[in-house]
Design a protein around this ligand. Structure first.
Ligand code: AGP
Length: 610
């Protein structure tokens, strides 16, 4: 999705804005631009394609000034072109925007009837004209002109606006798309996401829907769009700028795969009481009384987070004996869902901003459900819209393909299942303790799984040209089969399908022949024998088997064509380990193919449109 960055202070802002945009590249974009106030007027430079094209354009026309805006655009209205790239200028103002103006056609017709001509196909340019018209009509300040424009606009937006006549300020506004303000020393920044500003400040204010703010070097004054003042203290974000760097790895994704042991240690730290065999209530975002009271758990999420939700459902039913479902958040609102006060709804989202998940949270709250968010970004929209939050401490995840956020979400959901089980009396301390001990061993087991990376590379080299791949798994292996397939298709663009192994004979078996590699998640667990039967069925049809197996497993070695090994580990935590070779397999195949691993085509890290 689009990325916004803004700066007002005393330093030349062009390089700060460009650097900020580089930190937002992972969000996905197809063109970019900067607008800088040079003291007399606003200058704009834009370019189609990657930021290097914008950097080259800036060499021809370096923008000098201390107040400016930057933007990376992910096309929604109008194809990727220089004319459609942001910032958009109209008269005295320049605007950058993330989101969609829903009543753009109606507004455009009104403006055209007033004689205004448009130079782009975007909905954003409409906002620029609305603000400029308000200034021409006598609005006393940029803040008031933006306010009057917003009153005519319907839709989702994060906006930042710069004005010729007020060179020392930026006005920002938010409705449904994220907008964060960074409070520095004698300078103020804004951005769509924290990494854009981390190099300059760790003090961030998250704007809420329906709010706007006037940013000057010395202050950020927040008001509602109706004009009521808002007081909000900055949050201290303890991510370091280095956490958002590649640190010697070829790609962010590879770095993030290898960071998983640390991310899980950080997520577990201080949350477990081994003596009581329990999880600390105050760390879960859910109080003991609610845990006891609820009669159903619905876990809602999209994409990879949905796969974590599927594993969470399994754990909650098994350990807490409460009915649990996992559902695509993108579908919930379209089926007129029934939520009641007896429901616990768990919204899982690494970004905390996914529009579909946020909409599902709102639907759940309307029904009276208690909502708990599992998120990685402190203060993001989904935790804010929920009653409580469990924060995974994965640190910033920059690669579009989620890895460390997935495994830390699994940790959060397993801790939740244990907490529910302990509070509801379905999980004794004697049963809970070994599971907690299993969890504490996971970081080292992931390290051991990562040590098999060269073997995974060998398998990847063999299959790098595969056009299709089938992934099968049972029980806790099923969400991992789905996740392995999603990782592969996201970054290598190969067609990959994940299936419950038991479903194979109900259809997918028709696909199997000598050209169909089948990845089977089959660690030595309760389902091992049954999954082994699926392997035999694949072999009987000449399919090639790539098996994810425990390294001590001698039977699998005889039947599989290729092995992806994991160390022995407890059966409850298996998904946290079996996913590791599949993340590496997807990564190596994509890298061998030469795709843009960290920013795969058509994908965005934070999906703020429905
Ligand atoms: C993961 O690799 C994907 N890029 C995508 O499926 C992602 O998990 C999904 O968009 C949900 O994102 P969220 O966790 O930020 O809500």
């Amino acid at each position: 999705m689009c990325g916004i960055v803004g700066y007002v202070g005393a330093r030349t802002c062009g390089p700060i804005l460009l650097e900020g945009l580089r930190k937002l590249e992972y969000r996905g974009y197809d063109s970019a631009g900067l607008a800088v106030h040079d003291g007399e007027k606003i200058e704009i430079v834009r370019a189609v394609g990657k930021l290097d094209n914008l950097a080259r354009a800036l060499e021809q026309n370096s923008l000098e000034g201390v107040t400016g805006l930057g933007h990376t655009r992910w096309a929604t209205h109008g194809r990727p072109s220089e004319a459609n790239a942001h910032p958009h200028a109209a008269g005295e103002v320049a605007v950058v925007h993330n989101g969609i103006i829903e009543n753009h056609l109606e507004l455009k017709q009104q403006l055209e009837s007033e004689g205004i001509e448009f130079s782009s196909d975007t909905d954003t340019e409409i906002v620029a004209h609305l603000v400029d018209s308000a200034l021409s009509a006598g609005a006393p300040s940029l803040m008031e002109a933006v306010r009057s424009a917003l009153k005519r606009v319907r839709g989702a937006y994060a906006l930042a606006v710069l004005c010729n006549r007020e060179p020392d300020r930026i006005v920002v506004a938010k409705s449904a798309s994220p907008l964060v303000i960074g409070i520095g020393e004698d300078e103020t920044l804004c951005g769509s996401d924290i990494p854009a500003m981390l190099g300059h400040t760790k003090h961030m204010i998250f704007l809420e829907d329906g709010e706007m703010a006037e940013l000057t070097p010395a202050s950020a004054s927040i008001e509602t769009i109706e004009g009521d003042p808002v007081q909000r203290e900055p949050l201290h974000i303890d991510w370091s700028p280095v956490m958002a760097e590649k640190g010697g790895f070829k790609h962010f994704m590879l770095k993030e795969i290898f960071e998983q042991p640390r991310a899980i240690e950080d997520t577990l730290r201080g949350r477990i009481d081994l003596e009581q065999a329990d999880v600390l209530d105050e760390e879960m975002g859910l109080d003991a009384e609610t845990a006891r009271r609820i009669r159903r758990v619905s876990i809602l999420a999209c994409g990879t987070s949905y796969h974590a939700a599927l594993a969470g459902r399994y754990w909650i039913e098994r350990l807490a004996r409460v009915p649990a479902t996992a559902e695509h958040a993108s579908e919930v609102r379209y089926r007129d869902p029934v939520f009641t006060e007896d429901d616990l709804v768990v919204a899982v989202s690494q970004s905390g901003e996914t529009a579909d998940t946020l909409a599902a949270v709102r639907a759940a709250r309307e029904g009276g459900a208690h909502v708990l968010a599992v998120a990685n970004v402190l203060g993001s929209a989904i935790p804010r819209a929920s009653h409580g939050a469990f924060y995974t401490h994965a640190g910033p995840e920059i690669g579009v393909a989620s890895t460390k956020c997935f495994t830390t979400q699994l940790v959060g959901l397993l801790l939740l299942a244990i907490q529910l089980g302990r509070r509801r009396g379905t999980l004794s301390a004697d049963r809970a303790r070994p599971i907690l001990q299993e969890l504490l061993r996971v970081p080292n087991e992931i390290r051991a799984a990562l040590d098999y990376k060269d073997d995974v590379f060998t398998v990847a080299r063999h299959w790098q040209h595969a056009q299709h791949m089938l992934f099968l798994g049972r029980g806790l292996g099923f969400p991992i089969a789905l996740e392995g397939a999603l990782k592969l298709k996201e970054i290598s663009y190969a067609h990959a399908e994940g299936y419950a192994a038991g479903e194979m004979k109900h259809g997918p078996i028709a696909l199997i022949d000598a050209d169909m590699p089948v990845v089977v998640v089959m660690p030595e667990d309760e389902q091992y024998e049954k999954t082994m039967s699926n392997v035999q069925e694949v072999r009987a049809r000449d399919g090639k088997v790539i098996a994810v197996v425990t390294d001590s497993d001698t039977k699998a070695k005889q039947v599989a064509d290729f092995l992806l090994k994991i160390p022995p580990c407890g059966s409850t935590v298996l998904p946290l380990i079996t996913v590791i070779p599949l993340q590496l397999l997807a990564y190596y195949i994509a890298d061998l193919k030469g795709t843009d691993v960290d920013q795969p085509r058509n994908l965005a890290k934070t999906v703020t449109v429905e």
